[in-house]
Design a protein around this ligand. Structure first.
Ligand code: PRP
Ligand code: URA
Length: 204
């Protein structure tokens, strides 16, 4: 597993605003999208490319096409990262996985799954919070059943516990995150974290 912590000042500054409890949902959504753009650029640094040729106004020259790529946000919070991916890669196909963490056991349950063909494609799994890692691991399992070529998990904040969980259960999955935080509290929330991403994104 490759773990990349995006250590760009822009990422750090955007993350600081997301952590700030006084950031209201409309601004939270905007900043989450901007940070997802930064993460997505980093995550696609090593995706497969296809050589191609184009005619410039002057002559024929070699070029590169990216993909094919599939983006899969985990509902709800992953939706806050999706627009960044579709804007950067308009040809991306999109699937959805609905996973909800039980408040007492922290175990995820899958309540929705709609995936496009994944065979031979690179998948970007979008989930801003990697806490216990249970949700991301369950999502990787669902994706792997469809045989993608590769999976990269994009997270805004990751806990060491969640990273260890993915490394244990899906060692071939790469992770790109803006921060590895201290750990989890007794409610399995990431500390210092940024609170409940879905609630802050949707104002619930
Ligand atoms: C949150 C978050 C992740 C999950 C992380 O989702 O968006 O999917 O928790 O926790 P884990 O690593 O311990 O599994 P939540 O279940 O709160 O649902 P929501 O996105 O609909 O709010
Ligand atoms: N889900 C969140 O939204 N935040 C956390 O800190 C943990 C899980």
């Amino acid at each position: 597993m490759a773990l990349t912590v995006v250590d760009h000042p822009l990422a750090r500054s955007l993350l600081t605003s997301l952590r700030d409890r006084s950031t209201p949902p409309p601004l939270f959504r905007l900043i989450a999208k901007r940070l997802a753009l930064v993460l997505c650029i980093e995550a696609t640094r090593s995706i497969p490319t296809t050589p191609t040729e184009v005619e410039t106004p002057l002559e024929r020259t070699g070029g590169t096409r990216l993909g094919p790529l599939v983006a899969v946000p985990i509902l709800r919070a992953g939706l806050g990262m999706l627009e960044a991916v579709t804007e950067l890669f308009p040809e991306v196909t999109v699937g959805y996985l609905g996973l909800e963490r039980d408040h007492a056991t922290f175990e995820p349950s899958l309540y929705y799954s709609k995936l496009p063909p994944l065979e031979g494609r690179s998948a970007l799994l979008l989930d801003p919070m990697l806490a216990t890692g249970g949700s991301a691991a369950a999502a990787c399992e669902a994706l792997k059943a469809a045989h993608p070529r590769h999976i990269t998990l994009l997270s805004v904040v990751a806990a060491p516990e969640g990273i260890a969980h993915i490394e244990r259960s899906h060692p071939e999955v790469d992770i790109v995150t803006a921060s590895v935080d201290e750990g989890l509290n007794e409610n399995a929330y990431i500390v210092p974290g940024l609170g409940d991403f879905g609630d802050r994104l949707f104002g619930t």
